[in-house]
Design a binder for this molecule. Structure first.
Ligand code: NAD
Ligand code: LMR
Length: 338
């Protein structure tokens, strides 16, 4: 009589673009193991890459089959954007060109924004109407903005970019500094652009201790470090990884992409917010329509910007500076498209 409880859920179709690349290679097994949508959610994975990577992409498909993942109900590996987008419920847009040592993320702008303009139309026409989109490829906020502007029929709320990696990096820095486990730290904020102007803000962050929840700033007890080195370390972490690996971050990017989608779809834990690049509704004085990283909570598949946080003067300057960069990037993106 209880057998209905075991009825398997319908599979969710997840698109990963740039799937033959290094983030793709780390990401698809995480999705197939349930790290993105939960351990009881079957998935079908669509992988898109370009012709020169077709053979490598097929190799990834072979490995997915060989791994015999119980949750994986189908794999499509294709260089055809229409086949790739067909019926997808979640689109993780990783395809593009990564930056190399010495470049800023906006230096890859001209190569990547035209990809996002083209793929916007394919998603609009062929993805499921309620498809949720996460842009990972850099410049992530501006690629997402272009995708949003060239896919007007996709609800604005469904187009986001990844700043969860920066959020997790900030949690990691506080955890290292205090020698506490990272899961005890929460409610840091990444404001703005996934670039070196982002503002990692600890003013509302807390840490679980044996004596209850304490403000992170109070526990660290070193405002100078928090206002300088902490911020620059998080801002420059992507560059530090490139310098060390000669390749940009991949496993942490893939893991954060899973965190982003999981929290968006399944909800953020009570009392916890996360950072997501989402379109601005004007909250905190950020120009409307920009894709800007805010603190958000998620419930029933919808994100909401955390309102009413007190913003001090130093924070205000940094929040505005990263918004200004995004306005400039938008102009630059349009000039690349013309
Ligand atoms: P990679 O070069 O290893 O892989 C990118 C893949 O995209 C390649 O296989 C390439 O063939 C493919 N590609 C290129 N054009 C494409 C197109 N039009 N359609 C589909 N696929 C296409 O790069 P990577 O290290 O996996 O990084 C991917 C992107 O993610 C880069 O832009 C990188 O800067 C960015 N990134 C973002 C974050 C973040 O936190 N937002 C973190 C790490 C990396
Ligand atoms: C990162 O933050 O690691 C990525 O955006 C890669 C990069 O170019 O820094």
């Amino acid at each position: 009589i209880w057998s209905f409880l075991n009825v398997e859920k319908e599979p969710v179709t997840v698109l990963v673009t740039g799937a033959a690349g290094q983030i793709g290679y780390a990401l698809v097994p995480m999705i197939a193991r349930g790290a993105m949508l939960g351990p009881d959610q079957p998935v079908i994975i669509h992988m898109l890459d370009i012709e020169p990577a077709a053979e490598a992409l097929n190799g990834v498909k072979m490995e997915l089959i060989d791994a015999a993942f119980p949750l994986l109900k189908g794999v499509v590996a294709t260089t055809d954007v229409v086949d790739a987008c067909n019926g997808v419920n979640i689109a993780v847009m990783v395809g593009g060109f990564p930056r190399k040592e010495g470049m800023e993320r906006k230096d890859v702008m001209s190569k990547n924004v035209s990809i996002y303009k083209a793929q916007a139309s394919a998603l609009e026409q062929h993805a499921a109407p309620d498809c949720k989109v996460l842009v990972v490829a850099n410049p992530a906020n501006t690629n997402a903005l272009i995708l949003k502007e060239f896919a007007p029929s996709i609800p604005e709320k469904n187009i986001t970019c990844l700043t969860r990696l920066d959020h997790n990096r900030a949690l990691g820095q506080i955890s290292e500094k205090l020698d506490v486990h990272v899961s005890e730290v929460k409610n840091v904020i990444i404001w703005g652009n996934h670039s070196s102007t982002q503002y990692p803000d600890v003013n509302h962050a807390t840490v679980n201790t044996n004596n209850g929840q304490k403000p992170a700033r109070e526990l660290v007890g070193d405002d100078k470090w928090l206002n300088t080195e902490f911020i620059t370390t998080v801002q420059q972490r992507g560059a530090a990884i490139i310098k060390a690996r000669k390749l940009s971050s991949a496993l942490s990017a893939a893991s954060s992409a899973c965190d982003h989608i999981r929290d968006w779809v399944l909800g953020t834990p009570k009392g916890t917010w996360v950072s997501m690049g989402v379109y601005s509704d004007g909250s905190y004085g950020i120009p409307q329509g920009l894709i800007y990283s805010f603190p958000v909570t998620c419930e029933k598949g919808e994100w909401s910007i955390v309102q009413g946080l007190k913003i001090d003067e130093l924070s205000r300057e940094k929040i505005d500076a990263t918004a200004k960069e995004l306005v400039e990037e938008k102009t630059l993106a349009y000039s690349c498209l013309n």
